[in-house]
Design a protein around this ligand. Structure first.
Ligand SMILES: *[C@@H]1O[C@H](CO)[C@@H](O)[C@H](O)[C@H]1NC(C)=O
Ligand SMILES: *[C@@H]1O[C@H](CO)[C@@H](O)[C@H](O)[C@H]1NC(C)=O
Ligand SMILES: *[C@@H]1O[C@H](CO)[C@@H](O)[C@H](O)[C@H]1NC(C)=O
Ligand SMILES: *[C@@H]1O[C@H](CO)[C@@H](O)[C@H](O)[C@H]1NC(C)=O
Length: 642
């Protein structure tokens, strides 16, 4: 007889089986969604992929997913992948934070931090509220908020909390970073030409890339290599396109271009395109035979991991990597460190750390990450229970070492592409979406974002701040951040804001302080000399002012003509004083002829513009200055005749 118990057992097993299947398929679906969601969220940061990201998120959001809803609102706030709609965002954000999604808090925090919620609050209240929302978001796992909070603690001098938060963001960031990424050579576009540091590398414009692509189509293999290199990472206005990059590189390879061989092999080794290890090995070997030293790193990597048909061989890997290091490869230093750190490596952790030190310093992201982790592990080994001062000092020292490394990695996350997206918005006249992106990036601590946001605010080209004083407050905030980051342009603009009393009380003395800190910027030096010439915030001293102008003319080629003209004007003033007894430096004169003051301001403005512009405009400036003199003399003569 088929016993009841057996039946029961079978039924039980069946039920368990069915339940397992249900649970498994649910987990499967969940992981699918998770993966899709993280892909979609990362797509939001890239200009070319953002719309796809929004479409994916919309699908997930339609199932009632609050996280996806929060991400969509975030996209609407930044105007990425969808059109920006600040009014709706302000309304919805206040409601959405109650659902608890981390990104919703980030959105709300950004609105608060930059006074966009239409609530009447003081500066301090806004900052405090924003900080509390950013904190909730960072605890909730949003890497953007984690970076912002880390930046905040760093400024407060709390190394532990700063490092801990940067580490969390870095863990997320490192997943999307290729092993050859050097963050220091990535180009960050400025919305203002003049803000590029002197000698800075600039990205090719889309027009230039198109020109190169045309040359390549007519058979220029060097151009083909260049286009391939550009397309494999992308530049502002030219989206990354690995498949096309591979095609251009292939063309250059056919023409025996060894650099292209290495580049193409690297695309394959990293799995950027369909990996074909045999071909990669052939390319690297050929390039190596032609004497291309860059091929050594790739060969080292192949032996190190035993890729393709190559047998894993640490000795050979080390040989290739070491040769590559003598030719300056940072990635080879990184890889050699990984070998030393590994279980069967010939060295110690300490050796590996030494190897990573240089590439990390120069912006190699993976080296920075490994090194940061090593310092943190050491730090955790130092006993914290004993309250001896020495231990504390050691632990603090290690924290100070790990902190900037984790920051570097956190800043290299996928979100860094928002910088480029913002620039593209700006280029196509979408100033508000550009501004909101820059403000977010500025909160995260990207120095270039401070400058770009401030430029957009200052030039009124955004309609975000209709209220004049609110705008001035934001301008001051962003320039202050630029100055705190050690950017001379930040000091210069703070000087200007204090000089003209915009957003702050007019204060010549403070203006002078900022101009002095603006370092070598010719405009700042010109302004200092000018303030000395007119006794603004300092003792009027014509002799000293003249010397300042002269030094400026000597040291800065671009300032030569404006300063020379100014010195010429000073001479005219002196002549007028000596011959006719007309002292144009006396307050009474300038106050009397108010028109002259306007011209005076105009002159400073033209000079400022002039210093930043090309030399060929000099006769234009000369004409303006001469007309100022003539106008002034006519006015004076009329006054004298009366
Ligand atoms: C915030 O903006 C409002 C106008 O929307 C303005 O009245 C207020 O002064 C601003 N607050 C700050 C601190 O800038
Ligand atoms: C490339 O090099 C190979 C071998 O050295 C040679 O046979 C071939 O002609 C070269 N091709 C071109 C386009 O120079
Ligand atoms: C102008 O001339 C007067 C008298 O010669 C002199 O006292 C004064 O210092 C001069 N002013 C300037 C600015 O050179
Ligand atoms: C400027 O004008 C005031 C009267 O308006 C006069 O008292 C003063 O002496 C004048 N100063 C100079 C330097 O001429």
């Amino acid at each position: 007889m088929f016993s009841n118990t057996t039946k029961m057992k079978l039924l039980g097993i069946l039920i368990i089986y069915v339940m397992c299947t249900v649970v498994r398929s649910e987990t499967q679906q969940l992981t699918d969604w998770r993966q899709q969601k993280s892909y979609a969220v990362n797509a939001l940061y890239r200009h070319a992929d953002a719309a796809t990201g929004v479409a994916l998120l919309q699908k997930v959001a339609d199932t009632g997913d609050t996280d996806a809803n929060a991400d969509l609102l975030f996209a609407r706030l930044l105007g990425t992948g969808t059109s920006q709609d600040l009014n709706t965002v302000v309304k919805d954000s206040a409601l959405l934070v109650q659902d608890g999604a981390a990104r919703a808090h980030t959105t709300q925090a950004l609105l608060l931090a930059h006074n966009l919620t239409n609530q009447i609050m003081t500066k301090d209240e806004l900052a405090k509220e924003a900080l509390s929302h950013y904190t909730i978001a960072s605890v909730g796992g949003d890497p953007i908020a984690q970076t912002i909070i880390a930046n905040h603690y760093d400024k407060m001098g709390d190394c532990d909390s700063a490092m801990y938060n940067y580490k969390k963001a870095a863990n997320n960031a490192i997943q999307g970073v290729y092993e050859d990424l050097l963050i220091s050579v990535e180009v960050t576009p400025y919305v203002y030409e003049e803000d590029y540091p002197k000698g800075a590398h600039r990205p090719p414009t889309p027009g230039e890339v198109e020109y190169l692509a045309n040359l390549a189509r007519y058979g220029d293999s060097k151009a083909a290599f260049q286009v391939g290199a550009v397309l494999s990472s992308g530049v502002p206005g030219v989206a990354k396109d690995s498949e096309q990059a591979a095609e251009f590189l292939q063309q250059a390879v056919k023409d025996n271009n060894t650099l292209a061989m290495v580049a193409l092999a690297n695309l394959q080794l990293r799995g950027v395109i369909e990996p074909n290890y045999d071909e990669a090995l052939k390319l690297l070997r050929t390039a190596f035979q032609y004497g291309e030293m860059g091929a050594q790193t790739g060969l080292g990597r192949m032996y190190m991991y035993g890729l393709g048909g190559v047998r894993r061989d640490l000795q050979r890997a080390i040989f290739h990597l070491q040769t590559s290091i003598t030719h300056g490869s940072l990635e080879a230093l990184y890889l050699l460190g990984v070998i030393y750190d590994g279980p069967d490596g010939p060295g110690e952790m300490e050796d590996a750390m030494q190897l990573w030190e240089l590439p990390a310093k120069l912006g190699h992201v993976h080296s920075a990450f490994r090194l940061a982790e090593a310092y943190r592990k050491k730090m955790e080994k130092t006993p914290v229970t004993t309250l001896k001062l020495d231990d504390f000092a050691v632990s603090e020292l290690l924290c100070q070492k790990a902190l900037p490394l984790y920051r570097l990695v956190a800043m290299a996350g996928e979100w860094r592409h928002l910088m480029e997206a913002a620039y593209l918005d700006f280029s196509s006249g979408l100033h508000n979406p550009a501004l909101l992106k820059y403000l977010l990036l500025s909160d995260m601590g990207y120095p270039e974002a401070h400058v770009n946001a401030a430029r957009l605010i200052d030039n009124h080209i955004d309609q975000v701040y209709e209220d004049q004083s609110s705008m001035a407050t934001q301008s001051l905030l962003t320039w202050q951040r630029a100055a705190d980051n050690g950017l001379p342009i930040g000091q210069l603009r703070l000087g200007d804001l204090h000089y003209y009393g915009q957003g702050v009380q007019q204060d010549f003395k403070k203006a002078i302080g900022y101009y002095e800190k603006a370092g070598n910027l010719p405009v700042a030096q010109f302004n200092l000399a000018y303030m000395m010439e007119w006794g603004e915030g300092t003792q009027l001293d014509l002799k000293k002012a003249r010397t300042l102008y002269e030094t400026l003319a000597e040291n800065h080629e671009e300032a030569f003509i404006p300063t020379t003209l100014t010195i010429f004007r000073m001479d005219v003033y002196r002549q007028l004083n000596n011959t006719f007894g007309i002292d144009l430096y006396s307050k009474n004169f300038t106050e009397y002829a108010s028109a002259l003051i306007d011209i005076e301001n105009g002159e400073i403005m033209f000079t400022v513009q002039y210093v930043n512009s090309v030399l060929s405009e000099w006769d234009w400036l000369l004409m303006i200055l001469l007309s100022v003199f003539i106008f002034r003399m006519l006015t004076l003569r009329r006054n004298n005749n009366q």
